[in-house]
Design a protein around this ligand. Structure first.
Ligand SMILES: Nc1ncnc2c1ncn2[C@@H]1O[C@H](COP(=O)(O)OP(=O)(O)OP(=O)(O)O)[C@@H](O)[C@H]1O
Length: 282
């Protein structure tokens, strides 16, 4: 595995990448007599520029809902969200981040190349060789032989890799990722994790990353945010020993610090009734 030693100067620490302040989101019960779902209750979280933060917790604890507030795909009932000091809406309109969510969200009438090219074509950066950049991204996610295929000709894992390539296309300073590696086989998943760290190390991107996997969260993150359900809250923030170092530096899967991190996150999760449901130890 490549270990990235990045220069701290690359990390822009002047503006926080994400600031979530007292966010509450309540979904009304559709059936009469059923209780409303408090998906998020007074959740606050800051993600610093260049920081990798994972959200972990049992199924239904509000991880995706929180990410959707940051991406302005859903709006809070109380509290506020800012992204690089802008409102979530402004940041979405300005496309200040890359998104890779569970459902790949590819356009079915576009090929792999055309899907990846989309954010580049929308922004038309001067001097950028779009075709060359697309080729680079396709190689990165290992889909060199599939550039001209359509999404319905790909497996779920391959579709996710296209979505990841697309999210990285513009070297965004923030990536919002909801279980992006969930449908990948273990080998591809580990490779993509290392690649993601390498890319973030190079670009200084911050990442908010939803996962069910404790080792994945520990391997990737500076901080792991452990959430609890009903109502969805931040239960504990586990700071990894490499926090403060550039993303990806010292990221190894089998050293003592890694296992200490796994233990700390597992303890934070399991401290509470049924807190570990829906969380993988692999
Ligand atoms: N659009 C919606 N309408 C009604 N309820 C919703 C909606 N979206 C989410 N919920 C509810 O909010 C709660 C949190 O859901 P969310 O998808 O954020 O959880 P999660 O932690 O991401 O779960 P998982 O790990 O299973 O993906 C759940 O109880 C869910 O049923």
């Amino acid at each position: 595995m490549t270990i990235i030693i990045d220069t701290p100067e690359r990390l822009d620490t002047t503006t926080d990448a994400v600031s979530v302040d007292g966010v509450t989101r309540i979904f009304s019960a559709r059936k009469r007599g059923a209780a409303d779902v408090v998906a998020l209750s007074d959740v606050s979280l800051t993600v610093h520029a260049g920081e990798f933060v994972s959200l972990i917790g049992p199924s239904g604890c509000g991880k995706s809902t929180l990410l959707r507030q940051i991406a302005d795909l859903d709006q809070p009932d109380a509290g506020s969200v800012s992204v690089f000091g802008k409102t979530a809406r402004r940041a979405r309109l300005d496309q200040d981040y890359g998104i890779a969510f569970q459902q790949a969200g590819l356009l079915p009438w576009r090929t792999v190349s055309q899907n990846i090219a989309l954010p580049l074509q929308m922004h038309r950066e001067r001097g950028l060789d779009v075709a060359a950049r697309v080729r680079e991204l396709i190689e990165l996610v290992g889909l060199g032989d599939f550039a001209d295929r359509y999404p319905d000709q790909l497996s779920g894992g391959m579709q996710q890799r296209v979505a990841i390539a697309r999210s990285l296309a513009r070297n965004p300073k923030l990536l919002l990722m909801d279980e992006p590696f969930g449908a990948l086989d273990e080998m591809t998943r580990e490779r993509m994790q290392s690649e993601l760290l390498r890319i973030c190390g190079e670009t200084g991107a911050a990442v908010v990353f939803v996962t069910h996997s404790i080792p994945e969260a520990v391997f990737l993150s500076h901080r792991v945010v452990v959430m609890s359900p009903r109502p969805g809250r931040v239960k504990e923030v586990v700071v990894m020993e490499r926090a403060g170092a550039p993303v990806g530096s010292d990221a190894v899967r089998d050293d003592a610090a890694f296992f200490r991190g796994v233990t700390a996150v597992r303890e934070a999760l399991h401290d509470g009734a049924a807190a570990g449901q829906g969380v993988e130890n692999r």
